[in-house]
Design a protein around this ligand. Structure first.
Ligand SMILES: Cc1cc2nc3c(=O)[nH]c(=O)nc-3n(C[C@H](O)[C@H](O)[C@H](O)COP(=O)(O)OP(=O)(O)OC[C@H]3O[C@@H](n4cnc5c(N)ncnc54)[C@H](O)[C@@H]3O)c2cc1C
Length: 385
């Protein structure tokens, strides 16, 4: 393939959902380029990241990245989830929680609480949304292991320079590009020729990639032993290494706890994975008792070391949600050529899973307006959303 009408850079939820919307418009002349060997970006699972044959099935569908969504305040994402026929269930919060304060000798049990609005999870994990959207696509032009490293403007055409899985160079010419990588990643992994306007480049660079500096530890058990002890699996700790712990069990499938590491990324980088896992295991035993020792499998996912999610700026900057930059470039030679569509480009919900749907929808609508001026055979996507 040498050319396509549209190039989509990034195969997380935003890139895949944009491809889905394009196909609804009747546009199949696009190519989606994903740098990693698998789709999903920050919605991954042990199954999506590893060789499935090597994993026990009950270990497969846990969320390593995004986990929860809030249907009451994220109705568009809720509609998409229902449209794809995916089942949801609430985060288990029934029972007491454990608090481990630095100045207390022993972790304490306290009354738990049920979040409101409810935090929902997907049966099959959030990666099942990725699979559902990817499976809905007709196009064979979804290329994994293809990292875009340069975007060059040649008159009115845009050339995407790509490194293939075998390390070869590939070039694809397109009319428009949907950037479905976090804005900061789009400035670090891709060179632009000619340069993007300074204010655009800086505004992209300034955006924190949501959760990029975080790491998750997952411990899988035979049964959710904490529930029979009247515990919800929720815990908070000042002592760490896990700061916030939750029940990660999958109904009728598997029992597990997961926690976010509170140790900063720079401290983690000085330790081996083996050491970090040993510290997490010891903490679970200290907080949940001796049964927590009977871990069947455990998994550590450090997003700070994932070069297509996190940069040195994410590790050292503050970690809040940034305001979304403009999804389009309003003047100069790049005008109407690049459209930012990853979650961080969502004005409403920047950084969230729902933001990926929002930003992709917004970006495709803007692109559609641009294309409608040239072609009359494109279905109005607003009628479909
Ligand atoms: C630990 C963690 C927990 C989270 N928890 C929640 C939660 O509970 N609820 C919630 O709403 N959100 C949560 N999030 C955020 C949520 O996961 C993201 O908002 C969402 O997945 C973003 O999707 P995206 O497609 O916009 O971006 P991404 O998923 O980041 O996708 C970008 C894709 O672009 C690819 N890429 C990057 N550079 C290139 C390149 N040069 N060429 C080609 N491809 C490239 C990447 O490999 C990646 O696949 C969490 C995130 C993390 C990491």
């Amino acid at each position: 393939m040498k050319s396509a009408q549209i190039g989509i850079v990034g195969g997380g939820l935003s890139g895949l959902y944009a491809a889905h919307l394009l196909e609804q418009m009747g546009v199949t002349d696009y190519v989606l380029l994903e740098a990693k060997p698998y789709l999903g970006g920050r919605l991954s699972s042990p199954l999506s990241e590893s060789n499935a044959d090597k994993l026990p099935t009950e270990f497969s569908h846990f969320d390593l990245g995004g986990t929860w969504y809030w249907p009451d305040i994220q109705p568009r994402l809720d509609r998409v989830i229902k449209q794809f026929g995916l089942k949801t269930y609430p985060q288990n919060e029934v029972g007491e929680m454990i608090i481990d304060r630095a100045n207390f000798a022993k972790p304490m049990r306290v009354n738990g609480y049920i979040s409101s609005p409810p935090m929902m999870r997907l049966a099959g994990g959030m990666n099942s949304l990725i699979l559902a959207v990817a499976n809905s696509l007709q196009s064979q032009r979804i290329l994994t292991g293809h990292a875009v490293h340069e975007i060059t403007l040649n008159k009115s055409q845009v050339e995407l320079k790509i490194k293939t899985p075998r390390g070869k160079q590939l070039s694809i010419t397109v009319n428009h590009v949907l950037i479905a990588t976090p804005p900061r990643i789009a400035t670090c992994t891709i060179k632009y020729s000619p340069n993007l306007p300074d204010h655009i480049f800086e505004s992209w660079q300034d955006v924190n990639t949501w959760m990029a500096p975080n790491a998750k530890y997952l411990a899988v058990y035979d049964k959710p032993f904490w529930r029979s002890a009247g515990l919800s699996g929720e815990a908070r700790s000042d002592n760490g290494p896990l700061g916030e712990i939750h029940d990660a069990s999958i109904p009728n499938e598997a029992a597990a706890l997961f926690g976010f590491l509170q140790l900063p990324a720079l401290s983690r980088s000085t330790m081996t994975e083996r050491k970090l896992k040993a510290m997490c295991r010891a903490q679970l035993v200290r907080m949940f008792g001796p049964e927590a020792e009977n871990i069947k499998y455990d998994y550590l996912k450090d997003w700070a070391t994932d070069k297509y999610t996190s940069t040195s700026a994410d590790i050292t900057s503050n970690h809040g949600h940034s305001l979304a930059p403009s999804p389009t470039i309003s003047s100069g030679v790049w005008r109407r050529k690049l459209f930012g569509i990853s979650s961080e480009w969502s004005m409403l919900l920047p950084g969230y899973i729902a933001g990926a749907i929002d930003a992709a929808t917004n970006g495709v609508q803007k692109l559609q307006k641009e294309m409608l001026q040239k072609h009359s055979d494109i279905t109005n996507v607003e009628e479909k959303i």
